[in-house]
Design a protein around this ligand. Structure first.
Ligand code: TYD
Length: 238
């Protein structure tokens, strides 16, 4: 079966992109399209290590935080993404370079040019040709987030909203100011507006099956697959 396309899923907290990325992965395999699923940060020993580190260290400079995400990305590209694409696999990335633009750029206010430069270095110029943005109002997305995830720590001086801290005392997503998540969302929407050939914006409040079908419509077109190929295996939310 034809393959070899690089797809990423992006979105804010609680946007449902992981479920959609994994569903697409299963749906491709169901019709024998070789596909590789990767999740940032993670999916390599360094990525897993850095994920764990980011989870444990609540206070980091924004510069160091960006560099850790970029280090995880470089390792992922070199050890997984590039070889998979070369072997003819379709690669599905659950977050990729646009997460750094949205979170560290728009969210943390790091100059976008710096991030673009580091992204180009870390990715070796390998960018997704198709990106799904699952767009959800941050207030709704944050309401949906119920399980422990890697959280971005607060910057000193950020206003803390009442909320939970996890067992290590680390602030959770819920504690980050809503304005941070709104900047992230605006950042994503700006990116999408700037490159409509690559970005597909999907309303993340639609039903899971609806969104899966919309994703499939675009992917099957790019891969020149029949639109009705394969069956959908909707996983329960992880
Ligand atoms: P994760 O638990 O993987 O959440 P999600 O399911 O939303 O992907 O946590 C990843 C967190 O790291 C998420 O808050 C976004 C953030 N992040 C960045 O800030 N910059 C990046 O470059 C990446 C890849 C992730």
């Amino acid at each position: 079966m034809p393959g070899r396309i690089f797809i990423s899923f992006e979105g804010g907290e609680g946007s449902g992109k992981t479920l959609q990325a994994q569903t697409l992965h299963e749906r491709l395999w169901a019709i024998d399209v070789q596909a590789k699923y990767v999740h940032e940060p993670g999916s390599t020993p360094l990525g897993t290590y850095l994920r764990d580190y980011l989870l444990r260290k609540p206070r980091l400079s924004r510069e160091a935080e960006l560099l850790l995400f970029e280090a995880a990305r470089a390792e992922l590209v070199i050890s997984e993404i590039e070889p998979s694409l070369r072997a003819g696999f379709t690669v599905i990335a659950d977050r990729f370079e646009a997460s750094s633009i949205a979170y560290q750029g728009y969210g943390r206010n790091i100059e976008l040019g710096v991030i673009q430069y580091l992204n180009a270095f870390a990715t070796r110029g390998i960018y997704p040709e198709l990106t799904f943005l699952l767009d959800v109002d941050p207030a709704e997305g944050l309401r949906r987030v119920g399980s422990p995830q890697l959280s971005l720590p607060l910057e000193p001086g950020d206003a803390v909203q009442p909320g939970r801290a996890d067992v290590e005392g680390q602030r959770r997503f819920e504690d980050l100011p809503l304005s941070f998540h709104e900047r992230v969302r605006d950042g994503y929407l700006n990116l999408a507006r700037g490159d409509p050939d690559r970005w597909i914006v999907i309303d993340g409040t639609r039903t899971i099956a609806d969104i899966s079908n919309e994703v499939w419509r675009h992917v099957s077109k790019r891969l020149k697959l029949p639109e009705n190929a394969g069956t959908i295996h909707i996983r329960s939310k992880s």
